[in-house]
Design a protein around this ligand. Structure first.
Ligand SMILES: NC(=O)c1ccc[n+]([C@@H]2O[C@H](COP(=O)([O-])OP(=O)(O)OC[C@H]3O[C@@H](n4cnc5c(N)ncnc54)[C@H](O)[C@@H]3O)[C@@H](O)[C@H]2O)c1
Length: 257
């Protein structure tokens, strides 16, 4: 199996892409440590994995809170003594033209999507440096490379994550740590369902518009991204360093008309 007995930490694995990645990683033999601010969904993902005879544990973790991350680190290390993979996946959306984005929403989206990646990485990188081995996957988005209506604040976080990934890779390559980013397009998860419902007068018209941005037909599934994460987590990608892997149905490749 591709991740046999590897200790894989995934933030935001209660739902959506993170939950799909947790299940796929566990199917490939990993022990998945799920950290999510929503403890019910974290527990649900862990139980689903355990009932399929996979290895998983969960912890309520807020990636914006250094103490919460420190507690998670302590628990994970007491149990496993090492960490193989960190998937910084947790994120929230922020919809609105920039001048209408409240200061509160701006601060929140930066805190979760960018500072969260910093805080969790800061906690676990010293462990990986000591081991001289590790894989970090940071969740960016195809919006880092191509603009989208009413997403400037969110795009700022995902562009920053992509840039940060490349510089992290330069710093940590000498320690045997690979750092890559994922750039998904529109993936039908609770995150997208939620902003379709709350940000548009006509959610089904908005959904049709989102599909038209792609070269492929349907929106992506959480599993489409989970399998890309599996590749980056496994040794199959041992020569992939500091990259941004695009999984977007062709959104950034070209325009359909
Ligand atoms: N769905 C998409 O179309 C899409 C596209 C590109 C990138 N992304 C990114 O992928 C990641 C996952 O998105 P998703 O669509 O699966 O979202 P989702 O809302 O379905 O799941 C996100 C999970 O993160 C958790 N979370 C939120 N804030 C947290 C915090 N402070 N600490 C810990 N956990 C927290 C939530 O509880 C939830 O379980 C996000 O970073 C998102 O920006 C999503």
């Amino acid at each position: 199996m591709r991740l046999q007995d590897r200790v894989c930490l995934i933030t935001g694995a209660g739902k959506g892409i993170g939950a799909a990645a947790a299940k796929v990683f566990a199917m490939e033999g990993a022990f998945v440590e799920i950290g999510d601010v929503d403890k019910d969904s974290a527990q649900r993902t862990a139980e689903a994995i355990q009932s399929a005879n996979g290895q998983a544990a969960w912890q309520q973790v807020d990636v914006t809170d250094e103490d919460s991350v420190a507690t998670w680190k302590q628990q994970v290390l007491e149990k496993h003594k090492h960490v193989d993979v960190l998937f910084n996946n947790a994120g929230i959306s922020a919809v609105g033209v920039l001048h209408e984005v409240s200061r509160e929403l701006w601060d929140r989206v930066l805190a979760v999507n960018l500072t969260g990646v910093y805080l969790v990485s800061k906690a676990f990188i010293p462990v990986m440096m000591k081991q001289h081995r590790g894989v970090i996957i940071n969740m960016s988005s195809c919006i880092a490379e191509s603009g989208l209506l009413r997403r400037a604040a969110y795009a700022a976080t995902k562009g920053a994550v992509l840039s940060m990934t490349k510089s992290m890779q330069v710093d940590y390559a000498p320690y045997g740590i690979r750092v890559n980013a994922l750039l998904p397009g529109t993936i039908l998860t609770p995150f997208v369902e939620d902003y379709l419902q709350h940000s548009y007068d006509d959610p089904s018209a908005a959904l049709a518009q989102l599909k038209q941005r792609q070269l492929g037909g349907e929106l992506g599934t959480p599993e489409d991204v989970a399998y890309a994460a599996l590749y980056l987590a496994s040794d199959e990608s041992k020569y992939v360093l500091g990259s941004g892997l695009v999984v977007d149905g062709g959104v950034t490749a070209g325009k359909p008309f």
